[in-house]
Design a protein around this ligand. Structure first.
Ligand code: ADP
Length: 257
């Protein structure tokens, strides 16, 4: 079976400083459907927001953020488990850092774990292990983590679910006339050097880290699809029905208009 990685960001998973449970349920229901066709690896944010529901620490401070992540990771996983249980799907937790991709031995180890989980029909749920790691050991955002996971697990495509319909020629939240790209085979010049533009207090990346993820995958002849995680109909059409209605597909197999 082909493999895919689905990455969901804080913009989709959190609302009012908490886990957006209904959106999480919609995501899990999409995964249950997509799983009939693909092996699915989920990369998820949301630990800090989940932690914030249990204790109010200052997440702008490093220790506060890490403590929230430590408290929140099990809450996040419990929340997922409750929803996956509805579909009788088992899940596993994998926490990784950038360091894990550095050595062939380390990469091989988690590759084998992910293989074994998928062979046993278990959905691996991956997050960055930022709790006791130093900034140098971390990607710092799940967009780049998920691109590395997609490549290391030889997945067909990375699906990034965010709070926008795709990648635009300018920020659609600030410009009414922004135009969406349907497909791209390269990242526009200078776009990788733009400022970070996360859209909510728990988001870390903004569009730049998504473009870095796309760039990483394009250079390795892999694909990425950026689409809306609030309304999952685009992702569903793309994955279940092979129809590209909305969303931006980054692929080498296309001519750019
Ligand atoms: P997530 O939490 O899903 O990772 P982010 O908030 O980090 O999401 O990043 C998505 C945001 O990037 C969008 O909500 C949008 O405001 C911003 N953005 C800036 N420039 C663009 C652009 N050219 N196209 C699309 N989104 C953009």
């Amino acid at each position: 079976m082909k493999r895919i990685v689905i990455k969901v960001g804080s913009a989709v998973l959190t609302q009012d400083n908490n886990i957006a449970k209904e959106r999480m349920l919609n995501l899990v229901s999409l995964i249950a459907e997509v799983k009939k066709k693909y092996d699915v690896i989920l990369v998820t944010s949301g630990a800090v927001a989940a932690g914030y529901s249990a204790l109010k620490l200052d997440k702008s401070k490093q220790i506060g953020k890490k403590t929230l992540a430590a408290a929140g990771q099990p809450i996040l996983m419990a929340s997922y488990k409750k929803k996956f249980d509805i579909y009788n799907i088992d899940t596993a937790q994998i926490l990784l850092t950038e360091d894990d991709f550095d050595s062939r031995k380390g990469t091989k180890m988690f590759q084998e774990i992910i293989n074994a989980l998928l062979e046993n029909d278990i959905v691996p749920i991956v997050n960055e292990n930022d709790i006791t790691s130093t900034p140098e050991q971390l990607f710092g955002d799940n967009d780049q983590l998920s691109a590395n996971v997609a490549y290391a697990t030889d997945s067909d495509i990375l699906i990034i679910l965010s709070d926008i319909d795709g990648y635009y020629d300018k920020n659609p939240k600030e410009h009414n006339d922004a135009k969406i790209y349907k497909a791209l085979n390269h990242i526009p010049k200078d776009a990788l050097n733009d400022n970070f533009t996360p859209s909510n207090p728990f988001a870390t990346g903004g569009i730049v880290t998504k473009l870095k993820a796309a760039d990483f995958l394009l250079k390795r002849n892999k694909k990425m699809f950026l689409c809306n995680g609030f309304d999952l109909s685009t992702a569903k059409s793309f994955l279940v029905d092979d129809e590209h209605i909305l969303g931006t597909l980054f692929t080498n197999n296309t001519k750019v208009d």
